[in-house]
Design a protein around this ligand. Structure first.
Ligand SMILES: *Cc1c(COP(=O)(O)O)cnc(C)c1O
Length: 229
């Protein structure tokens, strides 16, 4: 079941890649979002070929991290509170949700304590939604420069969550704009940053995101079915 759905998602991604502009040659990395799904489902997904998993809550991730007897790259995709930074750096290979100087500083400090260089993305709130996290575009560059200065953080790119529009096509201009920002950020000569990832697209909008230049999609429901809360 998971295997078939995974294959379906992989095929959709491949199709969408053929429809995007020729200037976007990057591969698309699929993150299987396993929040609210148990370790059995995670094992099944990994055995079917998933390499990267995404979680959004520290406590849940920690429990699974201790029980998962499989190799995987761990992504934190949900909002992170500064007081959980220490736990986050112990588990996650890439943290997608840096959206303030304060959080970046906490992560930098926590990573230094365990002698790690923590890879991070900065989350952008492009649609200025008050209910969502992410930094606004006009403050983005300043935060990127600050993160680039931090010794125990390595900036790897940008992440965004599109608004929940009634018509999913309405996400398209926003994704296209994110790709433009990403390309601009990539051109800058950074000290330690290595701008590679543009994390955008979830189950209902990842095909559009890939068409518009996403190279990292976060798919939960499309692989595992609906979540039980
Ligand atoms: C839950 C979640 C996803 C995956 O959502 P689906 O609709 O199940 O694909 C992706 N990104 C973030 C930030 C999430 O919290």
């Amino acid at each position: 079941m998971i295997k078939e759905k995974l294959l379906e998602v992989q095929n959709h991604i491949a199709d969408s890649r053929t429809r995007r502009s020729d200037e976007y040659t990057d591969d698309v990395l699929l993150i299987a979002v396993t929040k609210n799904h148990d370790v059995h489902a995670m094992r099944e997904a990994i055995d079917a070929g998933v390499t990267d998993i995404g979680e959004n809550r520290i406590q849940e991730a920690k429990e699974k991290y201790e029980h998962l007897d499989r190799q995987a790259v761990w992504h934190l995709i949900g909002h992170l509170q500064t007081n959980k930074a220490r736990q986050a750096v112990k588990i996650f290979d890439l943290i997608h949700s840096v959206d303030s100087l304060r959080l970046a500083q906490s992560l930098d400090k926590a990573a230094a304590e365990i002698d790690k260089v923590q890879q991070v993305l900065v989350q952008v709130n492009l649609a200025h939604e008050a209910t969502k996290s992410g930094i606004y575009e006009d403050e983005l560059m300043e935060l990127l420069l600050q993160v680039d200065e931090m010794k125990n953080l390595q900036l790897m790119g940008l992440m965004c969550i599109a608004p929940n529009y009634e018509n999913v096509e309405d996400c398209r201009p926003l994704f296209a704009k994110m790709r433009k920002i990403f390309d601009k950020v990539k051109e800058i000569s950074w000290q330690t940053a290595n701008i590679k990832y543009l994390s955008m697209g979830m189950t209902h909008d990842y095909t559009i995101a890939v068409e518009e230049g996403s190279n990292m999609v976060r798919v939960g429901t499309g692989i595992f079915g609906p979540r039980q809360y």
